[in-house]
Design a protein around this ligand. Structure first.
Ligand code: B3K
Ligand code: ZN
Length: 855
C-alpha cells in the first residue's frame, strides 16, 4: 500500500458545483445514479475515486464513455483532457447487504430487523459512487431515495423537498432531500429504515425555528429524552459561548446498533451508535449517560467546527477534532464540577494518549504521512489536539480567545482550511500563538523537570524548569515547545496562596524568579493540567500531602494524590515513597470531602489503571508485578480507612433517581465505598451489595453492585449475573455490560473469554459486542499478555481483518507496547505479531502492524 504525504498536497483540478444522487435500494443490491456538474479549477486530469463499485455507465457532457476514454485502476477513475465544464452521469451498483466494513452504505441488523445507513468519513463516499471524494471539494447535494415501503423512513441531509409513491410500483416509495449548504462528500448521509421518531423544536438566537428529531427503533424511543435535552443545551451553549447558531430548519439524529465508532456529524443528519445516544436511568449508567450528552454536543458543535469550516485534507483532521473535543469538554465542564471534568479528561489523556506517544504508534497531532487515514482517528489527534487548543485559550484568556474564534469563523466560513489558518486567526491579538504550530508537528510527550531555590536574604524564590521530549525516530530532533505552566505559591504556615502566575516555559531550561516571598513556599505547578506534559518536580512527599489539604482547586488536589500514588507504585522504577503520608492525607481529607463533593471524593480514591502505569514503564514491564502492587495499595487504602466505610456508606443512602451532579456524585462514591468495604472484608459488606443490587433505582446502582460482586467473587455472584441477564436480555446495550463486567473482571481467565466469545449472544458483526468482550479483556494485562490471551486477541484481529478492517486495526493498536514487556512475554508477543503479519490482508492492519513491529 502506498503512503500519502502532507507535503504532496495539490488542489483538485475540478470543483463540483452540484451533485444529484438517486439511490434505489433493492432486495440484494442498490443502484446509484449520479449527475455531477464540475468546473475546472487548475490544469490536470479529472480524478474520481471509487471502491467496491460495479460501474454500469458513465457519460460526459451527454456522450457515453467507453473504457478507452478513461483509466480505471487502484480505486481511481481518471479522465484526461476533460473540457473545462463537465457534466458527468454515472451509474453504479453496490451491495449494502453484504457490506460488513460498516463504511459506505451498509445494512445493520439482521432478519426482519434491518436498516440501511451510511458512514462516509473519511473515505466511505467512494464506496457509494465515483466522486472526487476529498474534503476540499465542496458541493450542493440533492438526494433522491427509493425503497420498498417496508422501510418507511427515508432520510438524507438537508430539507425534505418531496415524497411519494413510485409510479407503477405499489410497494415502493421515494423521498427527495436537498441540502442548501456546500459540503464535502464525507458529510453525506442517508438512512433507509423503519424507525420511530421523537420530535422537539428549538428557536435559535437568530430566530430560526428548528425541528429536532431523534430516530430510533420503537422499543428504544423512550430512551431518547436525555439526548434531546442535551441537543437543546448544546445549541444554546454554542450561541452563548461562541456566538454560533444552527443554520438549517431541521436537525436529525439516527440511532444505529452497528457502528464502528461513537457517532458521526453528517450535515443535519447525525448518525449515532445506539450506545452513544440512548439513555434511561434503568438501563444506562451515569457515566455512560454523561458521555451520551457529551457526544451529542460534540457532533452538534461540529456543525461549525468541521462542517461549515472543514479540513483542507485529512492531515488537518485535528483542526476539526481537537477544537471540537475542546468545545465538548468545556460544555461538559459546565454541566458538572469543572474539577471532575478535568480529572476525567486528564485521566483519559494519560492512560491512552501518553501511552500512544510513548510507543511505536507515536505521531504528531497533525501527521505528515499515512497509508490509511482511518488509522489516525487517535487519542493524539483528538485529545492531545484538544489540549493544544486549551493551552492557546488559556494563554489568550477568555476575551481574546473569543476574539480569535470569532475571527476564525468570520474568515473561513464555507472553506476547507489548515491548522496554520486556524492559528493565524487565533493570533490576531497575540502573534506568539503561532508558535504553537510546533505542538502540531512534534510527536512525544514533553517531560518537564524542575526544582526550586529559596534565598531568604533577598526573599526570592527561583523556580528552574526544563523540558525534554524523546526523539521519535523518523522525525526531526525535538525542539523546545511553548509550555504554559500554571503556578501558585502557598504559604507553609497559613496554607494560603501568596502568588499565582502563568510561567511560559519555551526554552530548554529557564529560571523564573518570584520576589518578595517572605518564607519558602510550597509551589503548586501545572495547575488544572495547564499543558499535556509529564511533570517531575523535586517534591517531598510532605509537600504533596500539604497540597492535598490546601490546594483550592479540586483538580490539583486529585493531581497530587496521583503523584503520591505513582511514587508508591513505581518504586521498582526508582522512586521510593512510603504509603503512610498518602494514607494519612486521605484519611484526613475524605470524610469532609465526601459531604462537600462526593464525586471528587470518589475520584480521590482513584488508583491509576494498569495501562496508565504501564505507559510510564519503557522496559521490563511486568504485568503481574504492577497488578500485585496496585492491588496491594488498594488493599492498604481499604484497610487503612476500614473504620470509615460503614459510616460513609450509610451517609450515602439510595434515593429515588435524580439526574443531578449531586445525585451522580453520591452514586459514584457509594460504588467506590462498597468496593472498598468488600476489599477490606467489612462485616456485612456482601449484604450491602446484595441489597443495593436488589433495591436499585437505576443502572448505576445495580451495575455498581454487580461489578463489585463479580470482582470480589462473592458466593452468589453467578446468580446475580444470571438475574441481570434475565432482566435485560432484550436490551443489547445492557447485555454489552453483562459481557464486559465478566470480560474485564479482575479474576478473568482466558477460558471465560473463550466461553463469552462462544455465547449465543456474541455477534461478530456488532462492534459494540466485540468490544464488550475484547476491549474489556485487554484491560487485564496479566491475561492479555499470555500465550492464550494473545492467541485469542490476535485471533479476533485475524477474523475481523477482512470483514471490518477499521475495527481490526483499532484493536491491534492496543498491542503497541509489547516491546516494553519483560521476557519471556516480550518474545512471545513478538512472535504472535509476526504470525499475524503473515495473515494480514487489509491496508489498515498492514500499516498498523508495520508501525507496531518497528518498536
Ligand atoms: N468524525 C467522526 C469520526 C469518524 C471516524 C471515521 N473512522 C466522529 C467524531 O469525531 O465526531
Ligand atoms: Zn469529532
Amino acid at each position: 500500500p502506498s503512503k500519502i504525504n502532507l507535503k504532496d498536497y495539490k488542489k483538485p483540478s475540478f470543483d463540483v458545483e452540484t451533485i444529484d444522487l438517486d439511490i434505489k435500494l433493492f432486495e440484494t443490491y442498490a443502484q446509484i445514479d449520479s449527475v455531477l456538474k464540475m468546473v475546472r479549477q487548475t490544469t490536470g486530469d479529472l480524478v474520481l475515486f471509487g471502491e467496491d463499485l460495479e460501474l454500469l455507465m458513465v457519460k460526459m457532457n451527454g456522450s457515453q464513455l467507453g473504457t478507452e476514454d478513461y483509466q480505471q485502476q487502484a480505486g481511481k477513475l481518471t479522465i484526461s483532457d476533460a473540457p473545462n465544464e463537465v457534466t458527468l452521469e454515472i451509474q453504479v451498483r453496490i451491495c449494502p447487504q453484504t457490506n460488513t466494513a460498516l463504511e459506505g452504505f451498509y445494512m445493520a441488523g439482521s432478519g426482519d430487523d434491518t436498516m440501511f445507513v451510511t458512514q462516509c468519513e473519511p473515505e466511505g463516499f467512494r464506496k457509494i459512487t465515483f466522486y472526487p471524494d476529498r474534503p476540499d471539494v465542496l458541493a450542493i447535494f440533492t438526494t433522491r431515495l427509493e425503497a420498498d415501503k417496508r422501510y418507511p423512513t427515508l432520510l438524507a441531509n438537508g430539507n425534505l423537498v418531496e415524497a411519494g409513491e413510485v409510479t407503477d410500483e405499489p410497494n415502493r416509495h421515494y423521498a427527495i432531500w436537498h441540502d442548501p449548504t456546500n459540503k464535502p462528500s464525507y458529510l453525506f448521509a442517508c438512512v433507509v429504515a423503519d424507525l420511530d421518531v421523537l420530535t422537539d423544536s428549538y428557536k435559535t438566537s437568530e430566530g430560526r425555528n428548528v425541528l429536532l428529531e431523534i430516530y430510533a427503533k420503537s422499543a428504544d424511543i423512550d430512551k431518547c429524552d436525555v439526548g434531546m435535552q442535551a441537543l437543546k443545551d448544546a445549541m444554546k451553549w454554542d450561541e452563548v459561548n461562541y456566538g454560533r447558531a444552527y443554520d438549517l430548519d431541521r436537525y436529525m439524529i439516527v440511532a444505529v446498533s452497528q457502528f464502528n465508532m461513537g457517532a458521526m456529524e453528517n450535515k443535519g443528519l447525525n448518525i449515532f451508535n445506539t450506545a452513544c445516544v440512548l439513555s434511561s436511568p434503568e438501563t444506562t449508567t451515569d457515566a455512560r449517560s454523561f458521555s451520551v450528552k457529551a457526544i451529542i454536543a460534540h457532533e452538534y458543535f461540529h456543525n461549525w467546527t468541521g462542517n461549515r469550516i472543514t479540513c483542507r485534507d485529512w492531515f488537518q483532521l485535528c483542526l476539526k477534532e481537537g477544537f471540537t473535543v475542546y468545545r465538548d469538554q468545556s460544555f461538559s465542564a459546565d454541566q458538572q464540577s469543572s474539577a471532575v471534568q478535568r480529572i476525567d479528561d486528564v485521566a483519559t489523556l494519560r492512560a491512552h494518549q501518553f501511552s500512544e506517544d510513548a510507543g511505536p504508534l507515536a505521531h504528531p497531532v497533525r501527521p505528515e504521512s499515512f497509508v490509511e487515514i482511518n488509522n489516525f482517528y487517535t487519542t493524539t489527534v483528538y485529545e492531545k489536539g484538544a489540549e493544544i487548543v486549551r493551552m492557546i485559550a488559556n494563554t489568550l484568556g477568555q476575551e481574546d480567545f473569543r476574539k480569535g474564534t470569532d475571527e476564525y469563523f468570520r474568515r473561513y466560513d464555507g472553506q476547507a482550511v489548515t491548522v496554520e489558518d486556524f492559528l493565524s486567526a487565533l493570533s490576531i491579538t497575540d502573534n506568539k500563538i503561532e508558535d504553537f504550530i510546533d505542538w502540531y508537528r512534534q510527536p512525544g510527550t514533553p517531560v518537564v523537570s524542575g526544582h526550586q531555590n529559596y534565598d531568604s536574604a533577598t526573599q526570592t524564590l527561583t523556580i528552574t524548569l526544563s523540558q525534554q521530549t524523546r526523539h521519535v525516530s523518523g522525525f526531526d530532533a525535538p525542539k523546545p515547545l511553548p509550555i504554559p505552566v500554571a503556578t501558585a505559591l502557598f504559604d507553609k504556615d497559613s496554607g494560603n496562596i501568596i502568588a499565582e502566575r502563568m510561567l511560559l516555559l519555551d526554552q530548554a531550561t529557564q529560571t523564573f524568579a518570584c520576589e518578595d516571598v517572605a518564607s519558602e513556599p510550597v509551589v503548586s505547578l501545572l495547575r488544572d493540567f495547564s499543558a499535556p506534559v509529564q511533570l517531575n518536580y523535586d517534591y517531598q512527599d510532605e509537600d504533596l500531602a500539604f497540597l492535598l489539604t490546601h490546594e483550592t482547586n479540586g483538580f490539583n488536589r486529585w493531581q497530587v494524590t496521583q503523584m503520591l500514588v505513582n511514587r508508591i507504585l513505581l518504586q521498582g522504577q526508582g522512586s521510593k515513597s512510603s504509603p503512610d503520608v498518602y494514607l494519612q492525607a486521605l484519611a484526613q481529607t475524605l470524610p469532609r470531602l465526601a459531604a462537600d463533593d462526593a464525586m471528587l471524593a470518589a475520584r480521590l480514591l482513584d488508583i491509576p489503571s494498569a495501562q496508565e502505569l504501564a505507559s510510564a514503564i519503557n522496559k521490563n514491564y511486568d504485568p503481574e508485578l504492577i497488578k500485585a502492587q496496585r492491588e496491594a495499595l488498594y488493599q492498604q487504602v481499604a484497610e487503612a480507612l476500614k473504620d470509615q466505610w460503614a459510616g460513609l456508606y450509610e451517609q450515602l443512602p439510595m434515593q429515588s433517581y435524580e439526574d443531578s451532579a449531586d445525585a451522580r456524585g453520591t452514586r459514584a462514591l457509594r460504588n467506590v465505598v462498597l468496593d472498598m468495604a468488600l476489599t477490606a472484608n467489612v462485616n456485612g459488606a456482601v449484604e450491602w451489595a446484595e441489597q443495593q443490587y436488589n433495591n436499585a433505582s437505576c443502572m448505576t446502582e445495580r451495575f455498581g453492585a454487580l461489578k463489585a460482586m463479580v470482582n470480589h467473587q462473592v458466593t452468589n455472584a453467578d446468580e446475580y449475573l444470571a438475574d441481570f441477564y434475565e432482566r435485560f436480555q432484550e436490551n443489547d446495550l445492557v447485555i454489552d455490560l453483562w459481557f464486559s463486567v465478566q470480560a474485564s473482571a479482575d479474576t478473568v481467565s482466558t477460558d471465560v473469554i473463550q466461553s463469552l466469545l462462544e455465547h449465543q449472544d456474541f455477534d461478530w458483526n456488532t462492534p459494540n459486542r466485540v468490544r464488550s468482550v475484547i476491549s474489556a479483556f485487554s484491560s487485564q494485562p496479566t491475561v492479555l499478555w499470555t500465550q492464550e490471551g494473545l492467541e485469542i486477541y490476535t485471533g479476533v484481529i485475524k477474523k475481523l481483518d477482512d470483514a471490518n478492517p477499521v475495527l481490526a486495526s483499532r484493536l491491534l493498536q492496543t498491542l503497541a507496547r509489547w516491546n516494553t514487556l519483560v521476557e519471556p512475554r516480550r518474545q512471545m508477543a513478538h512472535n504472535k505479531l509476526l504470525d499475524l503479519q503473515k495473515h494480514a490482508a487489509s491496508k489498515h492492519v498492514i500499516e498498523s502492524l508495520e508501525s507496531v513491529l518497528k518498536a
